[in-house]
Design a protein around this ligand. Structure first.
Ligand SMILES: [Zn+2]
Ligand SMILES: [Zn+2]
Length: 136
């Protein structure tokens, strides 16, 4: 089991799924998320900065939630978040619709290409493993 220092409180905790913060801070963050969500329902159109100040949380955390598509900004502005590929202001996620579509197409093309080399590699590895087990 892996242990790591919590990014928020600095305490050591057991890492289960590569998380960066301890269970206690995760819970706190989750409560905060619901606070922010309710705040945004009452204050549609509040800016990232305003939301951060009023909820006593960092703008970085709010942006992260937006990147994770858990929050959606009311308007797309340069001051909010921008597409990681082309820099266009977006309301949620990491990429704008156009870049997302383009990446989906690229992914599909890559996926459709046959890759016999990968297959060979895998079967060689399996053979190696079997030999190793037999000798044991
Ligand atoms: Zn913590
Ligand atoms: Zn884009």
């Amino acid at each position: 089991m892996d242990v790591r220092n919590c990014k928020m409180c600095g305490r050591l905790f057991n890492v289960l799924n590569n998380e960066r913060i301890c269970p206690a801070c995760q819970k706190k963050l989750e409560d905060k998320f619901h606070e922010v969500k309710e705040y945004l329902e009452e204050h549609p159109g509040a800016s990232v900065e305003q939301t951060a100040t009023d909820n006593d949380i960092s703008t970085k955390q709010i942006r992260q939630w937006v990147r994770e598509e858990r929050l959606i900004l009311s308007t797309a502005t340069e001051a909010g978040i921008v597409c990681e590929k082309c820099g266009k202001p977006i309301r949620t996620g990491r990429f704008c619709e156009r870049c997302k579509e383009r990446m989906a197409n690229e992914f599909q093309n890559a996926y459709q290409k046959p890759e016999p080399k990968m297959e060979n590699l895998r079967s060689t590895r399996d053979r190696d493993r079997m030999r190793y087990l037999k000798n044991e």
